[in-house]
Design a protein around this ligand. Structure first.
Ligand code: SAM
Length: 211
């Protein structure tokens, strides 16, 4: 069975604005693990423009063939072959993660999957690791725009477990594993780019999980 090369117009629209911030956040050599790489377009763009980084795309099994097509055409030596990774997997295909990026994934995941993402990060994230999370978020219990409200309705029709997550909830989950919020950037089309850094390897998990 042949795979058609996937394409995301949203990636083309947002990749430059995201890159401008990643340049500042990931300013030292590191391997960046990308969760939910989708088509692979972001991986190619960021690896090309951030040559001091090694980029490690990952996604669930169904997207790996499409990512391979993009990576094959890009031919970049700092772009690793995509790995299968579902955040719910008990074991991730790595020993540790020293930088992490994910775009437009948290609103696709169920809340439980988002919790599992942070539970896994508690185990794998290195001290001082930076984490960038791009996508739409709600603040103070409400939508930030009418278009996000409509998008949320559409998401729930596609999958009752998908929805825009609350910023405060994400910050709580992050805080519980020692991730401090460094910045919350307003991005085009009512999206945000949250930047965290791990301050402590372990602390108690009183905040954020469960409930
Ligand atoms: C809307 S797409 C975004 C893709 C890409 N990051 C982008 O910005 O275009 C959502 C992505 O999240 C991935 N995803 C959803 N649930 C996931 C999970 N439990 N573990 C890992 N990836 C997941 C999907 O496979 C898909 O690639």
């Amino acid at each position: 069975m042949t795979t058609e090369k996937p394409f995301s117009q949203a990636c083309e629209n947002n990749k430059q604005a995201i890159l401008d911030i990643l340049k500042q956040v990931f300013d030292k050599p590191a391997t960046v693990w990308e969760i939910g790489s989708g088509t692979g377009q972001h991986a190619c763009h960021f690896a090309q423009h951030l040559p001091h980084l090694t980029w490690q795309p990952t996604d669930r099994a169904g997207n790996i063939a499409g990512i391979r097509l993009w990576l094959g055409e890009a031919g970049l030596s700092n772009l690793q072959a995509p790995l299968m990774l579902d955040v719910a997997d008990a074991d991730w295909p790595c020993d540790s993660v020293d930088a992490l990026f994910t775009a437009n994934t948290l609103h696709i995941m169920s809340l439980r999957e988002v919790e599992l993402l942070f539970e896994r990060l508690a185990r794998y994230l290195a001290l001082d690791a930076r984490v960038c999370i791009y996508g739409p978020f709600n603040y103070r219990g409400g939508y930030t725009s009418d278009s996000n409200a409509r998008f949320d309705q559409w998401l729930k029709q596609q999958n009752p477990h998908s929805c825009i997550k609350h910023f405060e909830r994400i910050r709580g989950l992050a805080s519980a594993i020692g991730l401090e919020l460094l910045a919350d950037h307003a991005m085009p089309a009512n999206n945000r780019l949250l930047v965290f850094q791990r301050q402590t390897r372990r602390r108690n998990h009183a905040v954020g999980f469960g409930g």
